[in-house]
Write a protein that binds this ligand. Structure first.
Ligand SMILES: [Zn+2]
Length: 193
């Protein structure tokens, strides 16, 4: 048993297997969770993330204050609580060089491609067919005032299917992120002990 634990620890191959969505969530919980009570911010001396440092988004997931983390978005660190972690784990990386501003909202980007995709996602009107729709019951049923148990069961099944679909899409999104911008797993707090 002990030998196996040792073997697992010793088998630190250079290539980490891709993470599933739950593993990523666990890391995020561990690193960013538990805001209550703990006021001390552990600074990692190996990570350079001072207030005012220019960074670009490496892993497009979530928000930095009100800034949506879109790929290639460039902004300055503001001395937020999680600055160091966001850089250490690979959500953000230092940026030098030119930036390109969005003509519509002024947000800055590290490349023309990232500025374009920001524009497409935020400033272009899309045909309604690309909007994801949650299945609704047919119109005739909405006007009814009484519902049989079958109606209710069907309604619940529809809602369950919709929420399963949302969950599956989130997991796909996290898997894609792990391939395109994997977290720096060797730099989690746990791995450094
Ligand atoms: Zn914009």
């Amino acid at each position: 048993m002990g030998a196996q634990a040792k073997a697992n620890r010793g088998g630190g191959a250079a290539v980490a297997p891709p993470l599933d969505a739950e593993a990523v969530r666990e890391i995020v919980r561990r690193e960013f969770g538990g805001d209550s009570g703990r006021t001390s911010v552990v600074r990692d001396p190996g990570v350079h993330a001072p207030r005012g440092m220019l960074v670009r988004v490496r892993r497009p997931q979530g928000y930095y204050a009100e800034i949506k983390l879109e790929l290639g978005r460039v902004f300055k660190l503001r001395g937020e609580r999680n600055d160091e972690k966001l850089v250490r784990l690979g959500w953000l990386e230092p940026h030098t060089g030119q930036t390109l501003a969005c003509r519509a909202c002024g947000a800055e980007f590290a490349s023309e491609a990232s500025r374009m995709s920001h524009g497409e996602a935020n400033h272009t009107r899309r045909p309604t067919s690309s909007v994801k729709e949650v299945p609704l019951p047919p119109p005739s049923r909405r006007e009814r005032t009484t519902y049989t148990e079958d109606d209710i069961a069907q309604e619940q099944a529809l809602q369950a299917a919709a929420s399963r679909q949302i969950q599956t899409e989130e997991e796909h999104q996290e898997r894609r992120l792990e391939q395109e911008a994997p977290l720096y797993l060797d730099k989690t707090a746990a791995s450094q002990k």
